[in-house]
Design a protein around this ligand. Structure first.
Ligand SMILES: NC(=O)c1ccc[n+]([C@@H]2O[C@H](COP(=O)([O-])OP(=O)(O)OC[C@H]3O[C@@H](n4cnc5c(N)ncnc54)[C@H](OP(=O)(O)O)[C@@H]3O)[C@@H](O)[C@H]2O)c1
Length: 268
């Protein structure tokens, strides 16, 4: 059955690959990007590869919480039901580690934006829905104070902290939202896949992007994963596994998520 699937950061890399795969399977794809030209190119690529598909495109810069709110409002306006949300957009480094709100770019794009978007879209999702949060093997204990002062952490530390925070709120929502809520799965799509992030960040050609696109598409749609929630899929080992121990501590996850609620309240 065709599902309606929103994939953030689907103008390039793993997100675009997953979108292409899912469109070819007959699903309704809601593309998202921060650049209109790249969004149109992504939609054109889907139509070219799957002539029967009719992707929709949403523009939002996820480093700006008001644009995240607008994205959620637009998706809710256009669709009464969402089957899957793939929070894939992410950033390792940029010309400036700071956003105009004064917070670290990685915290805003990789942790806060997917949290806010998920919270806003939850009313459109039921127990059969899935939230797939794209994390990474790079995970470091989260220091929200440091992330409030961009430039104090290396790009890699800020990235690794933002990704562990993403896993921690994923697990907290899975644990606390109750039976009517969608399933929440965090996933490391595979390390050093050949995307812009890896080419620009590490100067490497990287591995086949399809490794990442395939696991996102499968987690979002396959029946085998319908009862999986609050778990971490580690595509470097091809199975569910254990993330950083901080994510396995419910109290730490609760405190981190409550701190994110405070930040979101300040920013919106
Ligand atoms: N590649 C890997 O080996 C690897 C490993 C582990 C985890 N990941 C994760 O996989 C996800 C996808 O990354 P990728 O490797 O496919 O990188 P990518 O090719 O750089 O794609 C990142 C996507 O996110 C979008 N994006 C970045 N900043 C944004 C912002 N402020 N607002 C809206 N959209 C934004 C990009 O838009 P533009 O097209 O406009 O740049 C692009 O569509 C990320 O969460 C990343 O952390 C990747």
């Amino acid at each position: 059955m065709s599902k309606t699937i929103l994939i953030t950061g689907s103008t390039d890399g793993i997100g675009l690959d997953a979108a292409t795969l899912l469109a070819a399977q007959g699903h309704k794809i809601l593309l998202h990007g921060r650049n209109q030209r790249r969004l149109e190119a992504a939609a054109a690529r889907l139509r070219e590869e799957s002539p029967n598909c009719s992707p929709e495109a949403y523009l939002a810069d996820l480093s700006a919480p008001e644009e995240v709110e607008n994205l959620a409002a637009a998706v809710t306006r256009d669709h009464t039901r969402l089957d899957a949300l793939i929070n894939n957009a992410g950033v390792l480094k940029g010309p400036d580690p700071s956003t105009r709100h004064g917070w670290d770019l990685r915290l805003l794009v990789n942790t806060i934006a997917p949290y806010l978007l998920t919270r806003r879209l939850l009313p459109s999702m039921d127990h059969a829905g899935r939230v797939i949060n794209v994390a990474s093997a790079a995970q470091e204990p989260v220091d929200l104070q440091a992330l409030q002062h961009p430039g104090t952490l290396s790009d890699m530390s800020a990235y690794a902290q933002s990704k562990l925070a993403l896993i921690m709120w994923t697990f907290h929502l899975a644990r606390t939202l109750g039976e009517g809520a969608p399933a929440f799965i965090a996933v490391n799509p595979g390390s050093l896949l050949g995307t812009k992030m890896v080419r620009e960040g590490f100067g490497l050609a990287g591995k086949d992007v399809r490794i990442g696109g395939d696991i996102l598409a499968r987690l979002a749609t396959e029946e085998a994963f319908s009862s999986v929630s609050g778990q971490y899929s580690d595509n470097d080992v091809g199975d569910f596994g254990s993330p950083h121990p901080d994510a396995l501590d419910p109290e730490r996850c609760r405190m981190l998520t409550e701190a994110l609620d405070v930040i979101v309240a300040q920013l919106t």
